[in-house]
Ligand binder design. Structure first.
Ligand code: NAD
Length: 493
């Protein structure tokens, strides 16, 4: 890690890419309109970014379709695609500080996280998918006789990807790496709050050897650019990460246009179950990490803590101490452990939940919005206890550093409380009893259950939700399923 002074100096000298990236070049939006990119930690403008709309999406889809049809990427062998994507991973690593700074400035998260998690994570995910792609075999069905029935995995064509702002580079990478590895062309729409790192990524992809038109990035707003992509008749598949409400819109857009495939990674309200036989110090440390990491702006944040009644007071005390040790401040300072909310509007949304929480539960610590320097987009790490099962702060995704603690008396009650949610993205279980670990994990409705840890995640394991947390999986070999169709070629001889 560099020093605070070094990061500030580098941030001041940073170059921003601000156009739409179409056909391998930055171009202004066709309307000429722009929107400001704001650093939420200061409230100051970083730059003006092209505001892509339906016409720009159309231009990008034409570019992607042309590239797909002429085979400049789709026609390359898996090994050739692997080489380009490995080179891209190398370039991300070479430009790691710049990438990290872009996400920190654009989105407000601490530099210690973008340098150690987001930027290296993007390189790792590209590398993993690149290395996997020339190890996937097609199949031959056991027909017997004078028949050969090949089951081939083929790219879908043009993928539309719409992603959120909480991990701007990594959420885009989770879509791009498998989509590109399998030979598709992509039109990516980043969140309007955080377009800067993926615009730089697009430029690096070209430098790595990705042919023009294979990756297009159209910055813009959800209702126009996002909707235009969702409704485009020449997009074969739409992959989305974001809120549940917008995810449902993409299902509608697809149904009202060309019935494109839609894969959704949406919201969560993940439970963290701590049993009395757990290692309580470790459980408390990770419970704090599970809700305060990335300002709580994590889809799988462990925002509901379910503790056995016999250890509740002890856990509340431990978590209070941990919450009060969080260092809020300038995200460019390596000592900062919690930055700003993504923007003032989101800070207001979280603040409204704090008000609701105060009316329906007891504040253990925090509970307020705060001003640091010139920005009021900061929220104190907050813990509520004595929260009723039907409280708003237990039911709704807050997407901020706000933990709701409830207690249980039996395993059955804990499971019922954990599953009492419209979401099913992730869950954690803390116990030293293997039988309990297995039976509780089996009973939880969640795409990932972490035992004696939180948010376990790797490129090797699929990530995604059940219920209204969505469907389809990012990461792992299974992520390729979303970006390919199975084609049967049956030969009689
Ligand atoms: P959001 O749904 O508001 O926006 C996500 C994307 O959708 C953005 O690019 C936005 O511009 C676009 N969009 C917004 N309205 C649209 C519309 N009407 N039509 C088309 N596109 C539209 O979500 P957000 O606030 O950016 O991100 C937070 C949400 O993302 C949370 O709910 C969080 O749980 C979820 N998330 C889920 C995962 C996961 O893997 N399950 C990961 C990260 C974030």
């Amino acid at each position: 890690m560099l020093s605070y002074t070094d990061y500030k100096t580098k941030a001041a000298a940073l170059e921003f890419r601000t156009g739409c990236w179409i056909d391998g070049a930055f171009v202004p939006s066709l309307s000429g309109e722009t929107f400001p990119s704001i650093n939420p930690a200061t409230g100051h403008k970083l730059c003006d970014v092209a505001k892509g709309g339906a016409a720009d999406i159309d231009r990008a889809v034409i570019s992607a379709r042309t590239a797909f049809e002429d085979g400049r990427w789709s026609g390359k062998t898996p090994a050739e695609r692997k080489e380009v994507l490995l080179k891209l991973a190398d370039l991300i690593r070479e430009n790691l500080t710049e990438m990290a700074l872009l996400d920190t400035l654009d989105m407000g998260k601490p530099i210690s996280e973008t340098v150690n998690v987001d930027a290296p994570g993007s390189a790792m995910f590209f590398q993993w998918h690149a290395e996997a792609i020339d190890k996937l075999y097609d199949e031959v069905a056991p027909t017997g006789g004078r028949d050969i029935a090949m089951i081939r995995r083929v790219p879908l064509g043009v993928i539309g990807a719409v992603v959120p702002w909480n991990f701007p580079l990594d959420m885009a990478t989770w879509k791009l790496a498998p989509a590109l590895a399998t030979g598709n062309s992509v039109v990516l729409k980043p969140a309007e709050q955080s377009p800067l790192s993926v615009l730089f990524l697009a430029e690096l992809a070209k430098e790595a050897g990705l042919p023009d038109g294979v990756l297009n990035v159209v910055p813009g707003f959800g209702e126009d650019a996002g909707q235009a992509l969702g409704r485009h008749n020449d997009v074969d598949c739409l992959v989305f990460t974001g809120s549940t409400n917008v995810g449902k819109m993409f299902q509608r857009y697809a149904g009202e246009s060309n019935m494109k495939q839609v894969w959704l990674e949406t919201g969560g309200k993940s439970p963290n179950l701590i049993f009395a036989d757990a290692d309580l110090d470790q459980a408390a440390d990770m419970a704090a990490f599970g809700i305060f990491f990335n300002q709580g702006e994590v889809c799988s944040a462990n925002s509901r803590l379910l503790v056995h009644e016999s250890i509740k007071d002890e856990m509340v005390a431990k978590l209070k101490t941990l919450a009060e040790a969080v260092v809020q401040g300038d995200p460019l300072d390596p000592a900062t452990t919690m930055g700003a909310m993504v923007d003032a509007e989101h800070a207001s949304r979280v603040e409204a939940y704090l008000k609701k929480g105060k009316a329906e539960a007891t504040v253990v610590t925090g509970g307020a919005r705060c001003t640091i320097g010139t920005s009021d987009a900061f929220i104190q790490p907050t813990i509520f206890t004595d929260v009723a099962a039907d409280a708003t702060i237990v039911k709704e995704e807050i997407f901020g550093p706000v933990l709701a603690i409830q207690s249980f008396s039996t395993d059955e009650e804990a499971i019922a409380m954990a599953n009492d949610s419209i979401y099913g993205l992730a869950a954690s279980v803390w116990t030293s009893d293997l039988t309990r670990a297995m039976s509780v994990s089996d009973a939880l409705n969640a795409g990932t259950v972490s035992v004696n840890t939180v948010d376990a995640l790797s490129p090797m394991t699929p990530f995604g939700g059940m219920k209204q947390s969505g469907f389809g999986r990012d990461l792992s070999i299974h992520s390729f399923d979303k970006y390919t169709a199975l084609k049967t070629v049956w030969i009689k001889f």
